[in-house]
Design a protein around this ligand. Structure first.
Ligand code: NDP
Length: 286
């Protein structure tokens, strides 16, 4: 009898469209680097097929999967359990399957937080958050759970900003307020961290969120969720002003690292993942 094992551990992602999602390349490069016999299958799953896809993952004994658009909320009804953060955020992007039970987590905000913690501990800090979509919501909740002193949520649609501010106030010890985004947003004095969590800058190196750049202060951390191109115009302008820029690649890599820790209990090499994404996005280390 051969002692060879031809059965790989199965992980992956359900979304649609999925063809432009580079997560598979990032994670499989790190699996190979770590010598882990696991696959990450990037599946195009239409909304009406989500229930079957989830059942299929359990039937084939996948250890977990990511959910991206449009399944982050819809997947919840198929799961057995939610982590506290996923429950508060109201969206799941990472499911762990253990003994046939599915546990929903949200690693978007955790990935951002891990990246932020490389430059600053958000505990006690004042945050200025642009945007009130899914990414902003996950980031705000994780910052609240991590003990941020105050979060100002700024959005064109002010009602969405207030929903997030209320989520933070009601579920964490942090304070939060909402501000409508009218004209050029001014960064309040005393702000420690400015975050662009809008989609402005995605695929457009010249796009800039409407903020008064003169209100950025030397020493502030300025973070962007945009992974491609990573060095957005906002980050370039911030660097010019003596701020510390933090790109969206770190968030993407860290949520991958956290997801695989949940699935396999193993920590992948973040540098291998980041290099894979940089090669795909064709960016240098400048
Ligand atoms: P949503 O569509 O849920 O939210 C988009 C947000 O951007 C809204 O707040 C919207 O405002 C705002 N917005 C868009 N265009 C403008 C504009 N011209 N002026 C002002 N505000 C604008 O998207 P997500 O939250 O899911 O994603 C946001 C970005 O985060 C995407 O680019 C995505 O690629 C990135 N992302 C990065 C991740 C990473 O790992 N690096 C992970 C997840 C997301 P309004 O509500 O007023 O329309």
């Amino acid at each position: 009898m051969s002692d060879q094992n031809f059965r790989s551990i199965l992980t992956g992602s359900f979304s649609t469209p999925c063809a432009d999602n580079p997560t598979v390349a990032m994670i499989e490069a790190a699996y190979r680097h770590a010598g882990i016999d696991a696959r990450y299958i990037n599946c195009d799953v239409q909304a009406g097929n989500l229930a079957d896809a989830v059942k299929g993952a359990v039937a084939m004994e996948w250890v977990g999967f990511n959910c991206s658009l449009p399944h982050k909320v819809a997947v919840i009804e198929h799961l057995d359990e939610l982590t506290d953060a996923a429950r508060i955020i109201g969206a799941v992007n990472c499911v762990t399957i253990r003994d046939g039970r599915m546990i929903g987590n949200n690693t978007d905000g955790k990935g951002f937080l891990a990246s932020l913690k490389d430059v600053v501990d958000p505990s006690g800090k004042k945050i200025f958050l642009l945007g009130a979509g899914g990414a902003a919501r996950a980031i705000a909740v994780e910052l609240g759970l991590a003990g941020a002193a105050h979060i100002t949520v700024v959005n064109r649609d002010a009602a969405k900003a207030e929903t997030i501010a209320a989520l933070v106030r009601d579920n964490t010890d942090s304070d939060a307020t909402a501000t409508p985004w009218e004209g050029k947003a001014r960064i309040p004095d005393g702000t420690d961290v400015v975050i662009n969590a809008t989609s402005i800058g995605l695929g457009d190196a010249d796009a800039l969120p409407e903020i008064d750049l003169g209100t950025l202060k030397k020493g502030q951390i300025v973070a962007d969720v945009i992974p491609n191109p990573p060095m957005t115009r906002l980050l370039r302008e911030a660097r010019e002003k003596g701020c510390t820029p933090l790109d969206g690649l770190g968030m993407l890599v860290n949520q991958g690292v956290i997801g695989v820790e949940l699935w396999l209990g193993k920590t992948l090499d973040a540098d291998v993942m980041k290099k894979t994404l940089r090669d795909i996005f064709d960016v240098s280390d400048a």
